[in-house]
Design a protein. Structure first.
Length: 348
């Protein structure tokens, strides 16, 4: 005797109603940067930070929101002869992803206010990144965030920072030091280097390059590059490294050694190495390798080129060599790096 299975009728949509399409995923919230200012506030480091993390117009996707706060909201005097109106107080640090202290005229021996120290510590405790530009490092040191760590500040204030906070390992030469959760930079212009470095870490090298291009500034200087603690002796234009660096940057795919660089510059390899050390704080080979890694990062972020092709385009000869150098520099592989930043590229 045969049998049959009862068929459940497929539900029909109600008359006049169409299926509601699923909503596209909401774009991620911008990374919120809050600058903590005080009177008299140096204008230049604050402006540098706002330029990097601010709105760059329709050509660059918005990834950051920039805000300013002060311990006492109201009129904050600047070193440029005018006051700026700051409407947010220390409570703004509670919603910050990055707290940035852009310099400050901290007189010798003056204590950082306890309310500021407590607010900075709370922000760090909940996971916010704390950044000190120039003398902003004094605030991080007062909060105990630099104890046992290397830190940078302006070369004129380095001895004072080390004296007041002996547990901080002050490096008076470098442009910036980044520990991930805290970061410090030298004088105001070095704050641009640190901020662009942080953008590169957050959003990828390609995005940081777009921001730098809008600002008409180099996208990358190594943190280990030396500060100019004293004005360098004047010399003829031929002594400058700039023409050689430009020439190398346009020929990354070509094999070039120190001897070839020296011949191009018209000096001996020993003289060239000395000039790189004096002006950039690194060797010629290290500088060239860093540029090649930076170029590889941009290609991995913005193209679908095979790793082997990327390696040849940046002068690293093979995928094997690129993977080794990439891992030494960034502690990851080219493939993993590409996966991490592909979503950022697609959003752009």
């Amino acid at each position: 005797m045969g049998y049959f299975r009862a068929m459940t009728p497929r539900p029909q949509p109600k008359p006049g109603k169409l299926p509601v399409p699923s909503k596209p995923p909401a774009p991620p919230e911008p990374h919120r940067v809050v600058a903590l200012v005080r009177s008299p506030q140096p204008v230049f480091p604050l402006a540098c930070a706002s330029e990097v993390f601010g709105d760059h117009g329709p050509a660059v996707p918005v990834r950051y929101a920039f805000e300013v706060c002060a311990e006492a909201p109201g009129a904050v005097r600047t070193d440029a002869g005018y006051d700026m109106l700051v409407t947010a107080g220390l409570e703004a640090l509670e919603r910050a992803d990055t707290v940035l202290v852009p310099g400050g005229r901290w007189p010798a021996g003056e204590e950082v206010p306890s309310a500021v120290v407590a607010a900075v510590r709370r922000a760090h405790g909940r996971g916010a990144r704390i950044v000190g530009v120039c003398a902003g490092a004094f605030v991080l040191a007062a909060a105990g965030l630099l104890d046992g760590r290397r830190a940078a500040t302006h070369w004129e204030r380095a001895a004072e920072l080390a004296s007041r906070f002996p547990r901080v390992r002050v490096d008076p030469a470098v442009l910036y030091v980044d520990h991930g959760d805290v970061a410090t930079s030298a004088g105001a212009a070095a704050g641009v280097d640190l901020c662009l470095h942080l953008v590169s870490a957050d959003q990828g090298a390609a995005y940081a390059t777009r921001v730098a291009r809008r600002m008409v500034t180099p996208p990358h200087r190594e943190g280990c590059q030396l500060q100019y603690a004293e004005p360098p002796a004047a010399g003829p234009v031929s002594d400058s490294l700039a023409p050689l660096l430009d020439w190398l940057g346009e020929r990354l795919e070509q094999p070039v050694g120190v001897a070839g660089m020296a011949a191009r510059a018209g000096v001996s390899p020993r003289t060239l190495t000395r000039r790189f050390g004096e002006q950039l704080g690194i060797s010629p080979g290290r500088w060239l390798l860093d540029r090649r890694i930076a170029a590889a990062r941009a290609l991995l972020e913005e193209t679908d080129l095979p790793v082997e092709t990327v390696a040849h385009r940046v002068g690293l000869s093979s995928a094997v060599n690129l993977r080794r150098r990439f891992h030494e520099a960034l502690h990851t592989t080219p493939a993993a790096y590409r996966r991490a930043f592909r979503a950022e590229r697609d959003r752009a």
